[in-house]
Each structure stands twice: as structure tokens, then as C-alpha cells.
Ligand binder design. Structure first.
Ligand SMILES: [Zn+2]
Length: 459
């Protein structure tokens, strides 16, 4: 990578985002220590591998101009990270082991939540930043207790123990002489884990109430999130478990990844000592598992927008390092397949829902299958056989076959193929902007991510 293509680590003082300062009353001049970031925003696109980003580049491209356009990430490319876990059997990582590496700097087995191979809890960067007097936040579109966000604030021998993980995520840790909640701001899905019910549906453990007693605000829809100016500590849970994918989302009920990121930054940046924020675009991974190209483009697009928003903050603040990376790639997406020198990811614009989201609707009791197909699969050249394959599978309530029939319609037209239903082992791109970015340059192990972030706390 030629040095000339790399954006300087520090924004120029005449930056175009000076209007941010009007809102925050900060001086419109960049300031602060240029080597050690006060704030760190770590953005993880789960499953967002290099080929997934390659397909997204075609998807986003303005085809009236020759060549492919730049992505927002491009000018901040720092290097790559190797994602392999330290599992006794498997040599491709899951999000648990990858989360532990990114959050603690320790390699572990697949399924672990920030414990090492001996199941001993390892300190996370979020915990270290909290103990250094900074504020901490987690944003995700999965349930917050899912492997990646959990890895930053919980310790468990198994990612499956989501109830115990929720309890861990609201615990207090020692900060100076007092005990404080480990995470100050949490936005994502997962009411069911933070308000645990017994078999009869009665709440038996209310962790939300616990946080409210500690002064947290609690928000459950987009309007409440955007209007919440009450407390600098907040929990926002917008779905019983995972949130919907971006294009399947009801924007009144569930905020976008960008809206959650912006609100988290707004709250966390009130701490003059700084903050650590982890933002996960959780579901490129799930789209990859489902081999759902529409879902993949939807989720990378949502992540891209959130990245640009975080970047805007960093460019005006000059004390903030923004890192964007994937924890691993998912789905083995081939950007072009067969004998054709062609790939057309833009065809997903004919889909009005993700393949996974549409499948759930098609196999639901009482589904109006014909209308669902008409409204959501809008290829003019859809053949009778393609349509019938979806109808037959949906009528049989066969989830796998319904999804496969929809995938096929899109993949044939996009000319893509999928080599895996799970994760793949290649390295991932790492992007970084702001003070400290030079530590991420080159080919690194994913444990280096945490070690770099820890190092900024050393005086
Ligand atoms: Zn996965």
C-alpha cells in the first residue's frame, strides 16, 4: 500500500465537518495529543470479509462512470488481521474466540466468552477503559448478549449461556474507590435476556430495573432513543432477541445502527476523561450463514453509514481513534462464478426484503404467499418455475428450501456463488483513522487489536 494513499492520522484544522462544533460548542480547531487517542471507537462488521466488501463495492458503484468507485473505508486501510482461534479441534474461528482475541488480546477456543483456554476470565479493553475513568459503550444489532458484544463485558465458558452473560454485563466493577456498572451505554436487541422470565411468563430477574435504579435511562423504540437526553448512562433494547436486518426493519420501532452509534457517542463523550465504544454490525455474518446476498448488502450498507458517522465525530474531535474490521468472513462469497467474467450485486435492488426475512414471513401461519412474492421479489424476468419453487417450499413450511429457492433467484442474476455456510479462514481488512492508527498498520494477529487498545492507557 503506497504511503501517499493513506490519509494523515490527524484531520486538518480546516476540516469540512466544522458544523459539528456548532452543536457541541467545541472550538473548530483540532487539538489534543496526536499520538494517544483519548477515545476509541472499535467497529466490527461481523462476517464482513474482503470478498463481501468486494461485492459491496460493485453494489455501490455508479455504473455511469468507468471503473469502480471508492468506498468510505478505502482511504483508511491500515492492513489485515489473521483470525484463527486456538481451538483443540477447529482451525477456523467463531465469533466467541474472535471476540476474545479482539477484546482481551488472548487466543482461546471457539465458543469462549473472554476466558482463556483454562476458562480463566481475561480482562477486556472495555473493562480497562472503565477502570481508567473513561465511559464505556456497546452497540449491536444482534441481542447484546450475543458472542461479539458479550466478549467485551462478560466472561463465560460458553457463548450459549446468554442469561448469565446478561447478568455479567450489568455487573459493577471497581473504579478507583467506587463500584460502577461496567458498561454505561448499551443499545441493541435482547429484552428477553435482560428481563428473564419463568415458564409462566412472569419476570423472575429484571436487570433493566437494576440499571434504572442506578440512574440509567431505558428506551425501547427509535423516538425514545433520539429524544433521550436524561442520563449519560442508558440501556436501549429494541427487540426481544436480535434486531431486524436493516432493510427489514420498521424504522419507528428499531433505530438504525447509525442512530444507535450517534446516540452512544453523544452520551459517552460527556465524560471528559474519554470513552471506549464497540459498535457491531452483527448481521453481515447471519446473511453469510444464510447465503443471502440481499441481506449481506443491506448489513454492510448499514455498517458503512455508521462508520461514516463515527468518522465524522473523530474528524471534528481529533482525539478519537476509529478502527473498523471484521472478526472473520462468513459464507465464502465468490464475486463472480462459473464461466462468466461478470458480477451484478445491484440485482438485489429488486428484492424488497432480505431472503431470510422473507422466508420467515412466507412460512408463517396464514401467510399470503402470492402477495409476499409479488411485493418482495420484483424481478421482471422471474420464471414460472422459479416462482413455483418458492411457493412449493413455503407451502410445505420448509424453511431451508424456501431460503434456497430465493437465494437461487438472486445468485443466478448476480452471478455469485457461496462456498460455505459458516465462517471462512482468510484474513480480514483493518481500517483505522485518528491518533494511534499507525499501530494497526501491516499484517497482524487479531490479538494485536486488543494489545494496541490497551497500550493507549499506558502513560
Ligand atoms: Zn457466524
Amino acid at each position: 500500500m503506497p504511503g501517499s494513499s493513506v490519509q494523515p492520522a490527524i484531520a486538518k484544522t480546516n476540516n469540512p465537518n466544522a458544523n459539528y462544533h456548532a452543536k457541541t460548542n467545541k472550538p473548530a480547531v483540532c487539538h489534543g495529543n496526536q499520538k494517544t487517542p483519548k477515545n476509541v471507537i472499535l467497529m466490527i462488521g461481523d462476517g464482513m470479509g474482503i470478498s463481501q466488501l468486494g461485492a459491496y463495492r460493485y453494489y455501490k458503484d455508479d455504473e455511469t462512470k468507468s471503473g469502480l468507485d471508492k468506498l468510505s473505508f478505502d482511504q483508511h486501510l491500515a492492513g489485515s488481521q489473521i483470525t484463527i482461534s486456538d481451538d483443540p479441534v477447529l482451525n477456523i474461528t467463531d465469533s466467541g474466540a474472535a471476540g476474545a482475541a479482539l477484546a482481551t488480546g488472548v487466543k482461546t477456543y471457539n465458543g469462549a466468552i473472554s476466558v482463556d483456554k483454562n476458562k480463566t476470565p481475561q480482562q477486556t479493553v472495555l473493562e480497562a477503559y472503565k477502570q481508567a475513568g473513561k465511559s464505556t459503550g456497546l452497540v449491536a444489532t444482534s441481542e447484546l448478549t450475543h458472542a461479539t458484544p458479550a466478549s467485551f463485558a462478560a466472561h463465560n465458558e460458553s457463548r450459549k449461556n446468554e442469561n448469565a452473560i446478561a447478568e455479567d454485563m450489568v455487573r459493577k466493577i471497581k473504579v478507583g474507590k467506587s463500584y460502577q456498572p461496567v458498561v454505561d451505554v448499551m443499545y441493541g436487541g435482547g429484552v428477553d435476556f435482560f428481563q428473564q422470565k419463568d415458564k409462566n411468563g412472569h419476570v423472575k430477574l429484571d436487570l433493566i430495573n437494576k440499571l434504572k435504579k442506578d440512574g440509567f435511562s431505558y428506551v425501547t423504540n427509535t423516538k425514545q432513543l433520539l429524544n433521550d437526553n436524561k442520563s449519560s448512562q442508558s440501556i436501549g433494547l429494541f427487540a426481544p432477541s436480535a434486531m431486524a436486518k436493516d432493510i427489514d426493519r420498521d424504522p419507528a420501532k428499531e433505530p438504525s445502527l447509525t442512530q444507535m452509534t450517534d446516540k452512544a457517542i453523544e452520551k459517552l463523550s460527556k465524560n471528559k476523561n474519554g470513552f471506549f465504544l464497540m459498535v457491531e454490525g452483527s448481521q453481515p455474518d447471519w446473511a453469510g450463514h444464510a447465503n443471502d446476498l440481499t441481506g449481506m448488502m443491506s448489513e454492510i450498507s448499514a455498517f458503512d453509514k455508521a462508520y461514516q458517522s463515527a468518522l465524522k465525530y473523530a474528524q471534528s474531535d481529533c482525539n478519537t481513534l476509529v478502527i473498523a474490521l471484521a472478526d472473520h468472513a462468513t459464507g465464502g462469497l465468490s464475486v463472480g462464478t462459473g464461466d462468466k467474467y461478470e458480477v451484478h450485486p445491484k440485482v438485489v435492488n429488486n428484492m424488497k426484503m432480505t431472503h431470510e426475512g422473507l422466508t420467515q414471513k412466507l412460512i408463517a401461519d396464514g401467510a399470503d404467499i402470492e402477495s409476499l412474492i409479488n411485493n418482495n421479489i420484483q424481478f421482471k424476468d422471474l420464471t414460472a418455475a422459479e416462482r413455483q419453487a418458492v411457493v412449493t417450499a413455503a407451502q410445505a413450511k420448509d424453511e431451508k428450501k424456501t431460503l434456497a429457492a430465493i437465494n437461487k433467484i438472486v445468485d443466478v442474476r448476480a452471478n455469485v456463488a457461496w462456498g460455505s455456510r459458516v465462517h471462512t479462514g482468510e484474513e480480514v481488512h483493518v481500517y483505522a483513522y485518528g491518533p494511534g492508527r499507525e499501530k494497526f498498520v501491516g499484517v497482524q494477529d487479531n490479538t494485536q487489536n486488543a494489545q494496541n487498545i490497551f497500550s493507549f492507557l499506558k502513560k
